[in-house]
Design a protein around this ligand. Sequence first.
Ligand SMILES: [Zn+2]
Length: 202
Amino acid sequence: MRTVPPQGLSQFEQKTQKVYYDKHRHSAESHNKLKATPPTSPNTNMLLTPHVFTGVAIGASVQNPIAAVPLSIGMHFLGDAVPHWDFYSNTQKEERRKGWRPIAVMADLAVAIGVGLTATLYALWVVKDPALAINIFLCGIGSVLPDALEGPYIFTDNEPKILKPITIIQRNLQFQAPLPWGILTQIVVILASYLVISNSIG
Ligand SMILES: [Zn+2]
């Protein structure tokens, strides 16, 4: 949309108006563009690491995988409802694909996998309980499954239709919190999970 100075003003007024309009044209245009594009809502998630901690806690304390795995998936959504901050907080979609953010996501993913595998191997080698190890492993996967299914939404433009409901549920459940509170809540989730884990299999 092109903005033009209003007519019927003195030459000086027109000039100042033009300067003003030119100066603000860009922001006005980007504002209109922003309004035109589909919601680039902060579709962020709680970090993967606290999610996996929760999953491991369930795997360690609920012995039956038929109950534990669905529970760990359900707890994912509950975790997302805890006020939190993540690397995507207050970002546009394009910002999420370049710079330090994808690297931070990968680091979080690496830590999350490390936590899940450590707990699984601990159950296998130290507790010497293969069934427990499998349960913890499956719950660890279940705890991040909704986010894994959301990957195509974050990193591509063509989200498979079948995954759309998950994206929408997650978007509506997300509860943003500014720093430092958004990180503190997640540390509390990790500590609480750690207590459950150490009480169950420690
Ligand atoms: Zn999520």
